[in-house]
Write a new protein. Structure first.
Length: 113
């Protein structure tokens, strides 16, 4: 099923580009903060998106964060939490912890340039 497929992420032209269902382009210059977390706030409701067991993609209302853009497998921490200017929080993880941490370090490196 298309929705269950892992999101692909690329950093190119000073943007974080997430491909696939509910993908997005986020300019590096808009990122205010990134962090890795083993948990995310409680999901209150799906506002627009795909929710199939652990796979959640789209817009969800989260306790403390409000409406956020999720691209996660909730059984596979850590989660990369991106706070951007004038945007919803983006929370994503990749196929395994090593890949998620690699992406975190790659974005952090871009932010320090």
């Amino acid at each position: 099923m298309y929705g269950n497929s892992q999101s692909k992420v690329k950093i190119s032209d000073n943007k974080v580009i997430i491909f696939g269902m509910y993908g997005l382009e986020l300019p590096i210059s808009n990122i205010e903060n990134i962090q890795l977390s083993d948990t995310i706030p409680e999901i209150i409701t799906k506002t627009n998106g795909f929710n199939s067991g652990n796979v959640k993609k789209g817009y969800f209302d989260l306790k403390y964060f409000g409406e956020s853009h999720l691209l996660i497998n909730s059984g596979n921490p850590p989660y990369l939490i991106i706070s951007a200017k004038n945007a919803k929080k983006v929370i994503l993880n990749l196929e395994n912890a090593k890949e998620t941490k690699r992406l975190f370090n790659e974005i952090k490196k871009q932010l320090s340039l």
